[in-house]
Design a protein around this ligand. Structure first.
Ligand SMILES: C[S@@+](CC[C@H](N)C(=O)[O-])C[C@H]1O[C@@H](n2cnc3c(N)ncnc32)[C@H](O)[C@@H]1O
Length: 205
């Protein structure tokens, strides 16, 4: 049997993220996860939000068996088999599917800047009316001093790959604005991360 991939950061942040999602989300809905990685987030959220239907995805086909194995081990009947999805390949292979939640953690800084624009484009196409895109991770913000640990993380990412690096929240806001999405929520999370909520319609911040 293949080993199920495991990420220590995902294990630490899944509960704090869930606590914010529980405040934000209605009782039931359809959720699309972008960049599922090991599947720890989708498995945790699906177990604690049992009236939601979850669709995990990732660009890396090697991760999908781990996502499926984790969800099947946890006997989660509300998670669909994980699917290949590269945010850069538009349109996303989802047909006309609409979701009340599109969730994406820790992808934007480990991907080229074009992925931010692509994420916003795809989300604008697939969010149901009133739905929300939630992104989670470390960001740069013009009016908020970047912590030494995030600066060091940014440097280490750029050394590994010059196209990677922490994204400016304001750049993402501009990209979101081009497709009719607005930042409607900003939640400070442990370890200098942010959970950002993006929705259509009025700017609620
Ligand atoms: C650091 S991992 C985060 C995984 C998981 N979301 C988490 O927070 O533990 C980054 C993930 O982004 C995915 N990724 C990178 N580029 C992508 C793209 N263009 N489209 C979709 N996923 C992508 C990678 O395959 C990887 O699974």
């Amino acid at each position: 049997m293949n080993e199920i991939a495991f990420s220590a950061p995902s294990d630490r942040n899944k509960q704090p993220i869930l606590e914010v999602l529980l405040q934000l989300l209605p009782e039931q809905g359809r959720a699309l996860e972008i960049a599922s990685g090991t599947g720890q987030h989708v498995a945790w959220f699906a177990a604690h939000l049992p009236h939601w239907q979850w669709q995990p995805t990732d660009v890396d086909g090697r991760m999908l068996p781990s996502v499926d194995a984790r969800c099947s081990e946890a006997r989660l009947s509300n998670v669909q088999p994980a699917r290949l999805l590269d945010v850069l390949q538009q349109p996303w292979p989802l047909g006309e599917a609409q979701y009340e939640l599109i969730f994406c953690a820790n992808m934007l800084h480990i991907a080229p800047p074009a992925c931010g624009e692509a994420l916003m484009q795809g989300a604008a196409r697939h969010l149901a009316p009133g739905g929300m895109l939630v992104t989670y991770g470390p960001y740069l913000e013009d009016q908020v001093p970047t912590t030494a640990s995030n600066l060091a993380f940014d440097q280490s990412l750029r050394t590994r790959n010059p196209a990677w690096g922490l994204r400016r929240r304001e750049d993402l806001e501009a990209q979101a604005g081009q497709v009719g999405l607005r930042l409607s929520g900003r939640h400070e999370m442990p370890a200098n991360n942010l959970l950002l909520v993006w929705q259509g319609g009025q700017d609620l911040l």
